[in-house]
Design a protein around this ligand. Sequence first.
Ligand SMILES: [Zn+2]
Length: 284
Amino acid sequence: MNEEKPNSRNIPLPIQREVRQRCGFGCVICGMPLYEYEHMEEWALVKRHIADEITLLCDQHHREKTSGLLPKEQVRRANEKPFNLQEGISKPYLLHFSGEEAIVEIGGNIFSCKDQGYGTAMVPISVDGTPLIGLIIADGHFLLNLVIFNEYNTPILHIKNNQLIFKPLAWDIQLVGTTLTLRENHRKILIEIEFCPPNKVIFKRGRFLRNGIEILVRPTNILITNNSTIIKNCTAVNCYGGLIIGYHEKAIGGFFAMDGISRYLGSNKEALKFEKESLQGSNI
Ligand SMILES: [Zn+2]
Protein backbone atom coordinates (compact mmCIF):
# COMPACT_ATOMS: atom_id res chain seq x y z
CA MET A 1 0.00 0.00 0.00
CA ASN A 2 1.26 3.45 -0.86
CA GLU A 3 2.31 5.52 2.08
CA GLU A 4 0.10 8.63 2.12
CA LYS A 5 2.06 11.85 2.15
CA PRO A 6 1.38 13.43 5.51
CA ASN A 7 0.38 16.74 3.99
CA SER A 8 -1.74 15.38 1.12
CA ARG A 9 -5.32 16.55 1.34
CA ASN A 10 -6.54 13.64 -0.77
CA ILE A 11 -8.30 11.14 1.42
CA PRO A 12 -7.38 7.56 0.41
CA LEU A 13 -10.33 5.73 -1.18
CA PRO A 14 -10.62 2.93 1.42
CA ILE A 15 -10.84 5.59 4.15
CA GLN A 16 -13.51 7.46 2.18
CA ARG A 17 -15.53 4.25 1.93
CA GLU A 18 -15.17 3.55 5.65
CA VAL A 19 -16.45 7.05 6.37
CA ARG A 20 -19.42 6.58 3.98
CA GLN A 21 -20.37 3.31 5.64
CA ARG A 22 -20.08 4.75 9.14
CA CYS A 23 -22.12 7.84 8.18
CA GLY A 24 -24.92 5.99 6.37
CA PHE A 25 -23.97 7.31 2.90
CA GLY A 26 -25.20 10.83 3.51
CA CYS A 27 -24.67 14.12 5.35
CA VAL A 28 -24.65 13.24 9.04
CA ILE A 29 -26.89 16.23 9.82
CA CYS A 30 -29.58 15.89 7.12
CA GLY A 31 -28.90 12.64 5.21
CA MET A 32 -28.41 14.26 1.79
CA PRO A 33 -26.58 11.79 -0.50
CA LEU A 34 -24.46 14.61 -1.98
CA TYR A 35 -21.70 15.51 0.44
CA GLU A 36 -18.10 16.35 1.10
CA TYR A 37 -15.61 14.60 3.35
CA GLU A 38 -14.97 16.87 6.28
CA HIS A 39 -12.24 16.63 8.90
CA MET A 40 -13.96 17.36 12.20
CA GLU A 41 -10.80 19.02 13.46
CA GLU A 42 -9.24 21.64 11.23
CA TRP A 43 -7.04 20.09 8.58
CA ALA A 44 -4.30 22.58 9.38
CA LEU A 45 -4.09 21.08 12.88
CA VAL A 46 -4.43 17.36 12.20
CA LYS A 47 -2.87 16.85 8.75
CA ARG A 48 -3.80 13.20 8.78
CA HIS A 49 -6.59 11.03 7.41
CA ILE A 50 -8.16 8.80 10.03
CA ALA A 51 -11.67 7.53 9.24
CA ASP A 52 -12.94 8.25 12.75
CA GLU A 53 -11.89 11.89 12.45
CA ILE A 54 -13.69 12.47 9.14
CA THR A 55 -17.42 12.92 8.61
CA LEU A 56 -19.84 13.64 5.75
CA LEU A 57 -21.51 17.02 5.33
CA CYS A 58 -23.68 18.27 2.48
CA ASP A 59 -22.81 21.53 0.81
CA GLN A 60 -25.13 23.59 2.98
CA HIS A 61 -24.02 22.08 6.28
CA HIS A 62 -20.40 22.22 5.23
CA ARG A 63 -20.71 25.96 4.55
CA GLU A 64 -22.52 26.48 7.83
CA LYS A 65 -19.77 24.70 9.71
CA THR A 66 -17.05 26.66 7.91
CA SER A 67 -18.75 29.98 8.60
CA GLY A 68 -19.38 29.10 12.25
CA LEU A 69 -23.19 28.99 11.99
CA LEU A 70 -23.13 25.28 12.70
CA PRO A 71 -21.18 24.52 15.90
CA LYS A 72 -18.47 21.89 15.69
CA GLU A 73 -20.01 20.14 18.69
CA GLN A 74 -23.26 19.65 16.83
CA VAL A 75 -21.40 18.08 13.92
CA ARG A 76 -19.69 15.73 16.36
CA ARG A 77 -23.00 14.73 17.90
CA ALA A 78 -24.52 14.10 14.46
CA ASN A 79 -21.42 12.12 13.52
CA GLU A 80 -22.15 9.80 16.46
CA LYS A 81 -25.74 9.41 15.30
CA PRO A 82 -25.81 9.99 11.53
CA PHE A 83 -29.20 10.99 10.14
CA ASN A 84 -29.62 8.10 7.68
CA LEU A 85 -28.64 5.45 10.25
CA GLN A 86 -30.96 6.95 12.87
CA GLU A 87 -33.88 7.08 10.44
CA GLY A 88 -33.07 3.76 8.78
CA ILE A 89 -33.72 5.46 5.46
CA SER A 90 -32.07 8.30 3.57
CA LYS A 91 -33.43 11.77 3.10
CA PRO A 92 -35.33 11.88 -0.25
CA TYR A 93 -33.30 13.43 -3.02
CA LEU A 94 -35.23 14.84 -5.97
CA LEU A 95 -33.87 13.96 -9.40
CA HIS A 96 -34.49 16.62 -12.04
CA PHE A 97 -36.33 14.69 -14.72
CA SER A 98 -38.88 16.36 -16.96
CA GLY A 99 -40.24 16.41 -20.48
CA GLU A 100 -42.74 14.55 -22.60
CA GLU A 101 -40.51 11.69 -23.67
CA ALA A 102 -38.64 9.24 -21.47
CA ILE A 103 -35.81 6.93 -22.48
CA VAL A 104 -34.40 4.09 -20.43
CA GLU A 105 -31.40 2.15 -21.64
CA ILE A 106 -30.77 -1.22 -20.01
CA GLY A 107 -27.77 -3.20 -21.15
CA GLY A 108 -27.85 -1.47 -24.52
CA ASN A 109 -31.59 -2.13 -25.00
CA ILE A 110 -33.81 0.92 -25.38
CA PHE A 111 -37.21 1.42 -23.80
CA SER A 112 -38.90 4.69 -24.55
CA CYS A 113 -42.29 6.29 -24.35
CA LYS A 114 -43.83 9.57 -25.37
CA ASP A 115 -46.69 11.39 -23.72
CA GLN A 116 -49.88 10.15 -25.32
CA GLY A 117 -52.26 12.00 -23.10
CA TYR A 118 -53.36 11.35 -19.57
CA GLY A 119 -51.66 8.51 -17.70
CA THR A 120 -48.94 7.47 -20.14
CA ALA A 121 -46.86 4.77 -18.47
CA MET A 122 -44.30 2.14 -19.34
CA VAL A 123 -42.88 -0.71 -17.30
CA PRO A 124 -39.51 -1.73 -18.74
CA ILE A 125 -39.01 -4.50 -16.12
CA SER A 126 -41.60 -6.15 -13.91
CA VAL A 127 -41.28 -9.33 -11.83
CA ASP A 128 -44.26 -11.06 -10.18
CA GLY A 129 -46.40 -7.95 -10.32
CA THR A 130 -43.70 -5.63 -8.96
CA PRO A 131 -42.53 -3.05 -11.48
CA LEU A 132 -38.78 -2.78 -10.89
CA ILE A 133 -38.58 0.11 -13.32
CA GLY A 134 -41.56 2.28 -14.21
CA LEU A 135 -41.91 5.41 -16.28
CA ILE A 136 -44.84 7.76 -15.98
CA ILE A 137 -45.46 10.82 -18.07
CA ALA A 138 -48.10 12.99 -16.49
CA ASP A 139 -48.86 16.58 -17.50
CA GLY A 140 -45.75 16.66 -19.63
CA HIS A 141 -43.60 15.63 -16.70
CA PHE A 142 -41.43 12.51 -16.74
CA LEU A 143 -41.48 10.60 -13.43
CA LEU A 144 -39.00 7.80 -12.89
CA ASN A 145 -39.82 4.90 -10.58
CA LEU A 146 -37.39 2.20 -9.54
CA VAL A 147 -36.93 -0.41 -6.84
CA ILE A 148 -33.74 -2.39 -6.27
CA PHE A 149 -33.82 -5.55 -4.15
CA ASN A 150 -30.78 -7.15 -2.57
CA GLU A 151 -30.00 -10.86 -2.36
CA TYR A 152 -32.26 -11.19 0.67
CA ASN A 153 -35.24 -9.98 -1.41
CA THR A 154 -35.27 -6.77 0.63
CA PRO A 155 -35.90 -3.51 -1.23
CA ILE A 156 -32.90 -1.28 -0.50
CA LEU A 157 -33.26 1.55 -2.98
CA HIS A 158 -36.32 3.29 -4.37
CA ILE A 159 -36.96 6.08 -6.77
CA LYS A 160 -40.56 7.14 -6.28
CA ASN A 161 -41.70 9.70 -8.81
CA ASN A 162 -38.12 11.04 -9.12
CA GLN A 163 -37.45 10.98 -5.35
CA LEU A 164 -34.40 8.86 -4.58
CA ILE A 165 -34.35 7.14 -1.20
CA PHE A 166 -32.34 4.20 0.10
CA LYS A 167 -31.84 2.08 3.17
CA PRO A 168 -28.24 2.26 4.36
CA LEU A 169 -27.97 -1.53 4.05
CA ALA A 170 -25.76 -1.91 1.01
CA TRP A 171 -22.01 -2.31 1.45
CA ASP A 172 -21.51 0.93 -0.42
CA ILE A 173 -23.75 3.55 -2.02
CA GLN A 174 -22.33 6.49 -3.94
CA LEU A 175 -23.82 9.23 -6.05
CA VAL A 176 -20.88 10.83 -7.84
CA GLY A 177 -21.62 13.24 -10.65
CA THR A 178 -24.55 11.66 -12.48
CA THR A 179 -23.65 8.06 -11.57
CA LEU A 180 -25.27 6.13 -8.76
CA THR A 181 -23.44 2.95 -7.73
CA LEU A 182 -24.56 0.35 -5.20
CA ARG A 183 -22.03 -2.28 -4.25
CA GLU A 184 -22.53 -5.57 -2.43
CA ASN A 185 -18.84 -5.86 -1.65
CA HIS A 186 -15.46 -4.82 -3.05
CA ARG A 187 -15.87 -6.14 -6.56
CA LYS A 188 -19.58 -6.81 -6.71
CA ILE A 189 -21.73 -4.07 -8.15
CA LEU A 190 -25.43 -4.48 -7.44
CA ILE A 191 -26.38 -1.67 -9.79
CA GLU A 192 -24.75 1.18 -11.66
CA ILE A 193 -27.07 3.82 -13.05
CA GLU A 194 -26.32 6.97 -14.96
CA PHE A 195 -28.93 9.69 -14.68
CA CYS A 196 -29.03 11.85 -17.79
CA PRO A 197 -31.63 14.52 -17.03
CA PRO A 198 -33.94 15.78 -18.34
CA ASN A 199 -35.26 12.51 -19.76
CA LYS A 200 -32.80 9.62 -19.97
CA VAL A 201 -31.57 6.92 -17.60
CA ILE A 202 -28.89 4.36 -18.40
CA PHE A 203 -28.55 1.11 -16.46
CA LYS A 204 -24.97 0.25 -17.25
CA ARG A 205 -24.37 -2.89 -15.22
CA GLY A 206 -25.64 -4.76 -12.25
CA ARG A 207 -28.25 -7.25 -11.13
CA PHE A 208 -31.98 -6.94 -10.79
CA LEU A 209 -33.10 -9.45 -8.20
CA ARG A 210 -36.61 -10.34 -7.15
CA ASN A 211 -38.18 -13.57 -5.85
CA GLY A 212 -35.36 -15.74 -7.16
CA ILE A 213 -35.24 -14.06 -10.58
CA GLU A 214 -31.83 -12.72 -11.56
CA ILE A 215 -31.50 -10.27 -14.45
CA LEU A 216 -27.90 -9.33 -15.15
CA VAL A 217 -27.24 -6.06 -16.92
CA ARG A 218 -24.06 -5.89 -19.00
CA PRO A 219 -22.85 -2.89 -20.98
CA THR A 220 -24.36 -4.32 -24.20
CA ASN A 221 -26.85 -7.02 -23.23
CA ILE A 222 -29.20 -8.35 -20.60
CA LEU A 223 -28.97 -11.93 -19.32
CA ILE A 224 -31.79 -13.60 -17.43
CA THR A 225 -29.81 -16.32 -15.69
CA ASN A 226 -32.82 -18.44 -14.67
CA ASN A 227 -33.38 -19.60 -18.23
CA SER A 228 -30.27 -18.30 -20.06
CA THR A 229 -32.13 -15.66 -22.04
CA ILE A 230 -30.02 -12.99 -23.70
CA ILE A 231 -31.62 -9.73 -24.75
CA LYS A 232 -29.50 -7.56 -26.99
CA ASN A 233 -30.05 -4.59 -29.30
CA CYS A 234 -33.80 -4.43 -28.65
CA THR A 235 -35.85 -1.29 -28.91
CA ALA A 236 -39.31 -0.97 -27.40
CA VAL A 237 -41.22 2.21 -28.17
CA ASN A 238 -44.51 3.17 -26.58
CA CYS A 239 -45.47 -0.32 -25.48
CA TYR A 240 -46.67 -0.65 -21.92
CA GLY A 241 -44.60 -3.65 -20.87
CA GLY A 242 -40.94 -4.44 -21.47
CA LEU A 243 -39.56 -7.54 -19.73
CA ILE A 244 -42.57 -8.96 -17.91
CA ILE A 245 -41.40 -11.91 -15.85
CA GLY A 246 -43.35 -14.26 -13.59
CA TYR A 247 -46.98 -14.15 -12.53
CA HIS A 248 -48.98 -10.96 -12.98
CA GLU A 249 -52.52 -10.92 -11.70
CA LYS A 250 -53.36 -8.24 -14.23
CA ALA A 251 -51.85 -9.28 -17.54
CA ILE A 252 -49.33 -6.80 -18.90
CA GLY A 253 -48.78 -6.77 -22.62
CA GLY A 254 -45.09 -6.55 -23.32
CA PHE A 255 -42.60 -7.17 -26.01
CA PHE A 256 -41.10 -9.88 -23.84
CA ALA A 257 -43.37 -11.71 -21.41
CA MET A 258 -42.28 -14.83 -19.54
CA ASP A 259 -44.52 -16.67 -17.15
CA GLY A 260 -43.65 -19.99 -15.50
CA ILE A 261 -39.95 -19.26 -15.21
CA SER A 262 -37.82 -21.42 -12.91
CA ARG A 263 -36.40 -19.63 -9.89
CA TYR A 264 -32.78 -19.12 -9.00
CA LEU A 265 -31.40 -22.24 -7.38
CA GLY A 266 -28.13 -20.88 -6.14
CA SER A 267 -25.93 -21.28 -9.20
CA ASN A 268 -25.93 -19.22 -12.36
CA LYS A 269 -22.85 -20.93 -13.80
CA GLU A 270 -24.67 -22.57 -16.71
CA ALA A 271 -26.25 -19.30 -17.77
CA LEU A 272 -22.93 -17.46 -17.59
CA LYS A 273 -21.30 -20.18 -19.70
CA PHE A 274 -24.14 -19.98 -22.23
CA GLU A 275 -23.80 -16.20 -22.38
CA LYS A 276 -20.05 -16.46 -22.97
CA GLU A 277 -20.49 -19.00 -25.77
CA SER A 278 -23.35 -17.11 -27.39
CA LEU A 279 -21.69 -13.76 -27.38
CA GLN A 280 -18.16 -14.90 -28.12
CA GLY A 281 -16.26 -12.25 -29.97
CA SER A 282 -18.72 -9.55 -29.09
CA ASN A 283 -18.04 -7.16 -26.32
CA ILE A 284 -20.05 -8.10 -23.22
ZN1 LIG B 1 -26.77 18.29 5.33
